[in-house]
Design a protein around this ligand. Structure first.
Ligand code: HEC
Length: 214
């Protein structure tokens, strides 16, 4: 399954970097009043450029990109990376959104490349590819924040939804699929946990900034 094509992707890449620059300069101003930290703050540019290098080589298949990147970083073969990945728990997040900045950054990169187009830059579910009658989830509503952090069951449910997909079968411009597409073929387990860690980090910052529950 493929959504992003090379053209759209590099377009976002370029736009992302230009805005990224502008926003880095604005961050101290925005940071004092905004809610959960936005993508450009969460992302360490080094993580993004490295992932993009591997993702472009892998025709944007995140799982293949991950295997090759971790092969280089961990000094084991890509096959071994995926063999170990298959042993990761599907019920317990191995990363801690409160302490692991690198996991949040790498999860945010996955979000920007694979999820942003539906869930939106600000994780409120208004990405450019969202269908009007099938909105993507707003990850900043109180119910999802509450569920993700206080009620520990939700990340496990999120893992299932991201891996297997969810909702009605709908027609997107390029593909007919469940409203929330399945990522089992395009993301490694570790990547699913990383992107969940990023979503959990939104809650952490919302709490820190005193955003009221609604
Ligand atoms: C093609 C559009 C699209 C893309 C791409 C997409 N989503 Fe979704 N997502 C949706 C829609 C639509 C829903 C609501 C599904 C429904 O109607 O039940 C959803 C639901 C979800 C849910 C369920 C939330 C809950 O509390 O029930 C999670 C978690 C989620 N998406 C995470 C992700 C992640 C992480 C990515 C990237 C790896 C991603 N999505 C990419 C459209 C998308």
């Amino acid at each position: 399954m493929r959504y992003e094509n090379g053209t759209a992707f590099s377009h976002w890449n370029v736009v992302g970097h230009r805005w990224g620059m502008a926003l880095v300069l604005l961050a101290p101003i925005l940071g004092s009043c905004a809610g959960p930290q936005p993508l450009h703050v969460a992302i360490d540019p080094q993580d993004e450029s490295t992932y993009l290098r591997f993702a472009n080589d892998a025709n944007l298949n995140g799982r293949v990109a991950f295997a090759n990147w971790m092969s280089e970083e961990r000094g084991i073969s890509p096959e071994e990376v995926l063999r170990l990945d298959a042993e990761l728990s599907s019920t317990r997040n191995p990363f801690d959104a409160y302490r692991d900045k690198q996991a949040v950054s790498r999860g945010a990169v996955i979000y920007r490349i694979h999820c942003f187009r539906c869930h939106g830059d600000d994780a409120r579910g208004h990405g450019p590819a969202t269908l009007a009658d099938h909105p993507a989830n707003d990850f900043k509503t109180f119910s999802s924040r509450f569920a993700a952090t206080l009620h520990r069951g939700a990340p496990r449910k999120w893992f299932r939804v991201i891996r297997d997909g969810d909702g009605d079968v709908v027609q997107y411009p390029d593909e007919k699929t469940t409203a929330m597409p399945a990522f089992s073929q395009t993301l490694a387990r570790e990547q699913i946990w990383l992107v969940i860690t990023y979503l959990q980090s939104l809650d952490m910052h919302a709490a820190a900034d005193g955003v009221e529950a609604r």
